[in-house]
Structures are given as structure tokens and as C-alpha cells.
Design a protein around this ligand. Structure first.
Ligand code: ADP
Ligand code: MG
Length: 230
């Protein structure tokens, strides 16, 4: 199992009184295997980004456990969590978050280099799968949204993470581009056997992943389409 989440709970303090806050996550458990892709849907404000932050080691749960490839993340100190985040977790954001002063090639290489995982043959393969060969010397501002998101995906995968966390990665792309970028991302996940946890608003995109989980009232359950009233 690449990722195991066990009975995780999280509340944000209201006016400094954590005890008075309604929990965002009440009891969330999930398992994700290598090569598996999981879609996460839920109403706006249901806690999807909160769950990704906890799994990404950016914040700690109030209760429960988070395990990444056999290492318990929630009890690590900040330095250990930062190290795990750098080498084992790839993050893809809705807003791309590329470094504007670096070329496409340097954007892709930066995090792999920081994690001491840079492998030029692997980067070449990523660039080729994502169709970025002719973009490498350009700066992010010269790219379309779809191309910028492909750069962000290459950057995340260049680190050879155990899991990629993607928070609405196609939220800023048109439908046709979303479809193609998701196909490329799923192909790369299958090929590299990392795991993918992806938040999306789109039920159509969610159905293309191997699991579809829905977050509601602080709990996570397999998504079930509403049965028609009969
Ligand atoms: P989603 O991504 O599903 O839209 P979020 O995880 O962003 O939901 O937010 C869930 C709830 O937690 C919302 O009510 C939001 O206002 C609240 N929330 C999120 N982050 C914080 C924070 N850092 N401090 C206080 N409240 C927060
Ligand atoms: Mg969100």
C-alpha cells in the first residue's frame, strides 16, 4: 500500500478556540495502492483540499494516522515531513505554480535536482510523453494553460514520487484540454507505478480513475451516482 489513511479527523480553530470548531474531517480512512488512481469529489468546502494538505504533510491531523509507503507521516517532526514531501510526494495545483523566471526545462528539473533524483533520460521521456519537446527553452508565460499544466506534471513526476496529489489540476483548462492532460497523467501514473489522488469537480473525469471516493459531512465513501426516484 502506498498510502493508508486511518480514522483521520481535522478541525480548524474558530477565533482561537479549536474546541468550538465544527470538524471538517470527522473520520476519514482510505487505501491507495501503487499504480492506482483515486478521484476525490465533494461539495465546495467539504474538506478535499484539507485532506490533500494532511496527506501532503503540509498540516497535521487532530486524530488518526497517515502512512506513506510504510512510514508514518503524522507523527514526524517538521524536518522529517519536509524531507518526505520533497522526495516522495509530487504536488500539482490548479494554478500550475511554475517559476516564472525559469525556463520550462529548468522548471521541470528544479525539484528533482533538489531531491537529488535528477535523471536526464527520465526527464526526456516525460517531456516526450507530454509533447513538450519544442517548449523547453521557453518561459512559462509563453505557454498555454494546458502546456503549463503539462510542465507542472512533468515537474512532479521527475522527482519519481510515490504519490502524486493533484488539487483540481484541470480546473483552469477547457474540456478538450482537460481530457488530454488527464489521459497523459493517467498513462504516466500507470507507467511509473506511482499512485495518484486527484480532486476534481467533474464526475466525467472522476469516472476515468480506478477509484472514485466522495467526501461528505466529514466522511469519505465510495461514490455512488444518485439513483433515480422511482
Ligand atoms: P474543499 O477543498 O473541499 O473546497 P477545504 O478543505 O478547502 O474544502 O475547506 C473545508 C472547510 O475548512 C471550509 O469550511 C474552509 O473554510 C475551512 N478551512 C480550510 N482551510 C482553513 C484554514 N487554514 N483555516 C480555517 N479554516 C479553513
Ligand atoms: Mg479545495
Amino acid at each position: 500500500m502506498v498510502l493508508t489513511v486511518k480514522h483521520v479527523a481535522k478541525a480548524y480553530g474558530k477565533g482561537g478556540q479549536a474546541s468550538a470548531a465544527e470538524p471538517v474531517l470527522r473520520d476519514v480512512s482510505m487505501d491507495v495502492r501503487a499504480g492506482e488512481s483515486v478521484a476525490l469529489t465533494g461539495e465546495s468546502g467539504s474538506g478535499k483540499s484539507t485532506l490533500l494538505h494532511l496527506i501532503g504533510g503540509l498540516d497535521r491531523p487532530d486524530a488518526g494516522e497517515i502512512w506513506l509507503d510504510g512510514a508514518r507521516l503524522d507523527t514526524c517532526d517538521d524536518a522529517q515531513r519536509a524531507a518526505i514531501r520533497q522526495s516522495d510526494i509530487g504536488i500539482v495545483f490548479q494554478q500550475f505554480n511554475l517559476v516564472p523566471s525559469l525556463t520550462v526545462h529548468d522548471n521541470i528539473r528544479l525539484q528533482a535536482r533538489l531531491a537529488q533524483r535528477e535523471d536526464s533520460a527520465q526527464i526526456e521521456a516525460l517531456v516526450s510523453t507530454l509533447g513538450l519537446q519544442s517548449q523547453l527553452k521557453k518561459y512559462p508565460e509563453a505557454l498555454s494553460g494546458g502546456q503549463q499544466q503539462r510542465v507542472a506534471i512533468a515537474r512532479a513526476l521527475a522527482v519519481r514520487p510515490k504519490i502524486v496529489l493533484a488539487d483540481e489540476p484541470t480546473g483552469n483548462l477547457d474540456e478538450a484540454t482537460s481530457d488530454t492532460v488527464l489521459s497523459e497523467l493517467l498513462a504516466l501514473v500507470a507507467e511509473t507505478q506511482c499512485a495518484l489522488l486527484m480532486v476534481t469537480h467533474s464526475q466525467v473525469l472522476a469516472q476515468r480513475l480506478s477509484q472514485h471516493m466522495h467526501l461528505s459531512q466529514g466522511q469519505l465513501a465510495p461514490y455512488e451516482a444518485q439513483a433515480p426516484n422511482t
